[in-house]
Design a protein around this ligand. Structure first.
Ligand SMILES: Cc1cc2nc3c(=O)[nH]c(=O)nc-3n(C[C@H](O)[C@H](O)[C@H](O)COP(=O)(O)OP(=O)(O)OC[C@H]3O[C@@H](n4cnc5c(N)ncnc54)[C@H](O)[C@@H]3O)c2cc1C
Length: 463
């Protein structure tokens, strides 16, 4: 009954790996379960999509390769919810929140459970830092309460089709392989795991160039008063810190990035540090879809963490007695594959703060590009742009929509649109479209973005 799937990579070439699963005999596999919707990946976008779809009355299965939800925000320890507030040239202004909807619900839950800081200054805008354990618990609670069937420790390895229509996924775990059948698939894998396996529907960075990964870490036992007095309120480091890093580098320390960011966390005496810059040891870009490059990022990342921690102990007041409490479970991956969408968010849409009748997510986050030795920031002062619905709809494949950082966007546009507040709302939008698609039988590509926007607005999104 099922097609055997022909897949091929697009843009990235890995001669020693095969993404193709055409030799998989899907008909011979047992069926694990059937649902209205399967959500692939339980990061910010996946948690939002699964919760909203289940609360709308659908049966939902979410599949996640780790033993917890959170993706880049938790496993990658990116640690803050960026993208909530407008940017302002005057740093003395109070933070003005732009994004609500599911994002605000998750923010409120984190806060109510002691897992979130007050807004912290980040250049010309603000961000909030979360506790990664409270994040996981919050996701578990929302998924459980809404009746989502959660499958952790399970990988999605192939799509399943009937004629030309996607009707499920093949999953693999320590127990073996089986099929999860579903009427709709939401690819919230960050890497476009399902779309890529359909073949030809993804691009990889800008002509193969992606942003640098970063290994995050937390420093415990910090004298935060002494630290704050020296470092100031802005989480982007003051020029003295960059200059001290450059001096230490000239004396042989392995500190490739001079502009670093440090956030207070909800835990007493703890800082979250975004400092490392992961390339190959020979300076080449690491293609982290390839496990060999990903491995290099992990090992080199942990070594850089120690070098930056030593720098903080020696040069930053309040950190002399501090120690590394933890790194991310994995190096934080900003960018891999993006889908080729029915529509694409353009760099000019972001810079011009373009509003759209079919806009389903708002963003005022700067273009934050991590390449070269200093991250580059382009601010959108007192304004925002809107992301159109059809950036979530792949050009190929029926019954399939994406949510999260693998949406269709040009390189610089993605460097703004990929942060966590927006990812929650992409999930909200994908689930809303899924509810509409199953109510009417319409294909995702035929659904009006304006109608998705209207329904999200009724559900509390500020649009
Ligand atoms: C280094 C770095 C710094 C960042 N800094 C910030 C920041 O300060 N603030 C901010 O708001 N955002 C930041 N971001 C961005 C933000 O963390 C991510 O863009 C966002 O969390 C992405 O959410 P997502 O749900 O789209 O994808 P992800 O969080 O990547 O979630 C995808 C999930 O899918 C799972 N998955 C993938 N493939 C499969 C498969 N085949 N089978 C099963 N499961 C699968 C993954 O394990 C993961 O849990 C940063 C990101 C990085 C990497």
């Amino acid at each position: 009954m099922y097609n055997r799937y022909m897949t091929h990579t697009s843009g990235e070439e890995f001669p020693r790996w095969r993404l193709d699963t055409s030799d998989l005999d899907v008909d011979a596999l047992p069926v694990l379960c059937e649902a209205d919707v399967v959500v692939v990946g339980s990061g910010a976008a996946g948690v939002a999509a699964a919760t909203v779809a289940a609360e709308g009355g659908l049966s939902v299965v979410i599949i996640e390769k780790y033993g917890f939800s959170g993706g880049a925000a938790v496993a990658g320890l990116s640690g803050t919810i960026c993208g909530l507030y407008l940017s302002a040239e005057d740093q003395r202004r109070a933070p003005e929140q732009l994004v609500y909807g599911f994002t605000e619900r998750f923010r409120g839950e984190l806060s109510a459970h002691g897992g979130l800081t007050a807004p912290q200054l980040y250049g010309s805008t603000w961000t909030v830092a979360h506790d990664p354990l409270v994040w996981r618990e919050t996701a578990d609670r929302l998924l459980e309460r809404s009746g989502v069937r959660v499958l952790y420790h399970t990988n999605v390895i192939a799509p399943v089709t009937d004629a030309d229509e996607l009707c499920g996924v093949v999953v693999a775990s320590n127990a073996g392989r089986s099929v999860v059948r579903a009427r709709r698939v939401i690819d919230a894998s960050g890497d476009a795991a399902v779309v890529a396996r359909l073949g030809g529907g993804t691009v990889f960075g800008e002509n193969g160039e992606i942003q640098n990964p970063t290994m995050f870490f937390r420093m415990a036992n910090v004298d935060t008063d002494a630290y704050q007095q020296f470092y100031g309120q802005d989480t982007i480091c003051p020029p003295e810190v960059s200059a001290a890093i450059e001096r230490a580098r000239s004396e042989g320390a392995e500190l490739p990035r001079s502009k670093i960011w440090i956030f207070r966390t909800p835990r007493h005496g703890e800082l979250l540090v975004n400092a490392t810059r992961l390339t190959g040891r020979d300076g080449r870009m690491l293609n982290v879809i390839d496990p060999e490059d990903f491995t290099e990022a992990e090992i080199y990342g942990r070594q850089q963490v120690r070098a930056y921690a030593r720098f903080l102990q020696e040069h930053v007041p309040g950190c002399a007695d501090a120690h590394v409490a933890d790194t991310g479970v994995e190096a934080g991956i900003r960018q891999t594959r993006s889908i080729l969408g029915v529509e694409t968010l353009r760099n000019t849409d972001v810079v011009a703060c373009r509003k759209r009748p079919d806009g389903v997510v708002r963003s005022a986050w700067p273009i934050e590009l991590h390449s070269g030795d200093r991250p580059k920031l382009h601010w959108l002062y007192d304004d925002y742009y809107e992301v159109p619905y059809h950036t979530l709809v792949p050009r190929i494949g029926e019954n399939l929509i994406v949510a999260g950082r693998c949406l269709s966007a040009e390189h610089e546009a993605l460097a703004s649109a990929r942060v966590t507040a927006q990812c929650f709302e992409y999930g909200h939008a994908a689930a809303t479209a899924t509810l509409m698609s199953l109510e009417t039988g319409d294909r995702y590509r035929d659904i009006e973005g304006a109608a998705v926007r209207e329904r999200m607005r009724a559900a509390g999104s500020a649009l």
